[in-house]
Design a protein around this ligand. Structure first.
Ligand SMILES: [Zn+2]
Length: 56
């Protein structure tokens, strides 16, 4: 899998896509990096991937 991960910092909520403005939240995906599993978010509209700093 090869895709760009866009780093975001979360304020009070993370619901609106900063790249396309889609307002209804995100799909989830998980990606292993060594010992940590990152919890990533995919915009259902523009399909870009975001990392808000969460791990599982
Ligand atoms: Zn989007």
């Amino acid at each position: 899998m090869d895709f760009e991960i866009n780093k975001v910092t979360m304020d009070e909520e993370f619901k609106i896509c900063p790249l396309c403005g889609y307002k209804d939240g995100f799909h989830s995906m998980f990606k292993k990096e060594g010992d940590v599993t990152k919890w990533l978010f995919i915009c259902p509209s523009c399909h870009r991937v975001f990392d808000a700093g969460f791990t599982v």
